[in-house]
Write a protein that binds this ligand. Structure first.
Ligand code: FAD
Length: 285
């Protein structure tokens, strides 16, 4: 079986409790030898400093490459140029380049304004031209909610890859067949960049359902059934979550996935246990 590499996403902590959780999780997950880790960027720049500080501390404490997510919506091009110039000067070399969700009351596309990026592909191209960042972009196996159809969505991904993205990381999904079909469709349009599956450990079933509804990610019936009757039974729910994630990881690896990206939500237990059951840490190179 092929040996996938792994990566982990975190978010900048906003409270003392979430700060504690993050920094307790980092060494436990870093011990699995991920290829890289990433830190999200709050909508509209709400975590600008938090993202950079978290990235730099994670890099320093683990020695593992860490990517900063960056959204461009609502931020002038010149500000983005200055910000990423500062990041480069501080040693950040990887960016997850993302449009960002629209603030309340705004519809896409925004009124054209030459001071702002209008397309993620243009953003990717500019980032590459400003500094030699390694760039990841988002991909949507079940279609981005705002895309008119799957064809347009895959075309948008192709434009981001043609603009220089080094890899795509997908929105989370639970049905691997959806991912396999998506990858086939991407390859058929000429996308050659790695399309890394994004996996969400189910820490809180009800919370996951709300999140999935927002992202339009489908939750297959067998997963719903496995959590049925487990309200108030956290230990059993935890075991089911590990089992679901382990099976998903095994199937992806057996079907040739070269890299797996975990949305950790800053928690280590389920991701770590699923990865360990699957044989990590390995020689993640
Ligand atoms: P894009 O690729 O730009 O667009 C998504 C779809 O919208 C396209 O496929 C296209 O069909 C359609 N579209 C794009 N441009 C146009 C246009 N001009 N006209 C009509 N339709 C258009 N959000 C955050 O706030 N912070 C984060 O750190 C963050 N990290 C993420 C990381 C990953 C791996 C993923 C998958 C998502 C992340 N998000 C984050 C969520 C993201 O901001 C939203 O999904 C956002 O709505 C889309 O961003 P994008 O860059 O992937 O989309």
């Amino acid at each position: 079986m092929a040996q996938p590499t792994i990566s982990f996403e975190f978010f900048p902590p906003k409270t003392p409790a979430s700060e504690k959780m993050l920094w307790e999780s980092i060494p436990l997950l870093a011990a699995l030898a991920p290829k890289f880790m990433t830190v999200t960027y709050g909508a509209g720049g709400s975590t600008k400093d938090g993202t950079c500080e978290t990235v730099l501390r994670m890099k320093k404490e683990t020695g593992i490459p860490v990517a900063a997510h960056l959204t461009y919506i609502n931020m002038p091009i010149e500000t983005l140029r200055e910000l990423t110039g500062n990041w480069w000067a501080q040693g950040i070399r990887q960016i997850v380049a993302i449009r960002g969700d629209l603030p309340e009351g705004l519809a896409w596309p925004l009124d054209p304004d030459p001071a702002y990026f209008q397309q993620t592909s243009t953003f990717v191209k500019a980032l590459k031209s400003w500094n030699d960042f390694e760039i990841s972009v988002g991909a949507y196996p079940e279609k981005h909610p705002s895309a008119p159809d799957s064809k347009a969505d895959i075309e948008a991904l192709k434009q981001k890859c043609d603009a220089g993205a080094d890899r795509a990381i997908t929105q989370f999904f639970f049905d691997n067949d959806v991912y396999y079909r998506f990858v086939d469709a991407c390859r058929a349009t000429g996308i050659t960049a790695p399309i890394c599956p994004g996996l969400l450990p189910i820490h809180d079933f009800a919370g996951m359902l709300r999140f999935a509804a927002r992202c339009k990610t489908s939750v297959p019936d067998p997963i719903r059934e496995q959590f049925s009757g487990l309200e108030g039974k956290p230990e059993e729910a935890h075991k089911r979550a590990i089992d679901i994630l382990t099976r998903q990881v095994r199937d992806l690896a057996e079907n040739g996935a070269e890299h797996l990206h975990f949305y950790t939500l800053n928690k280590s237990a389920i991701t770590r246990e699923a990865c360990e059951m699957f044989g990590f840490p390995r020689n993640s190179g």
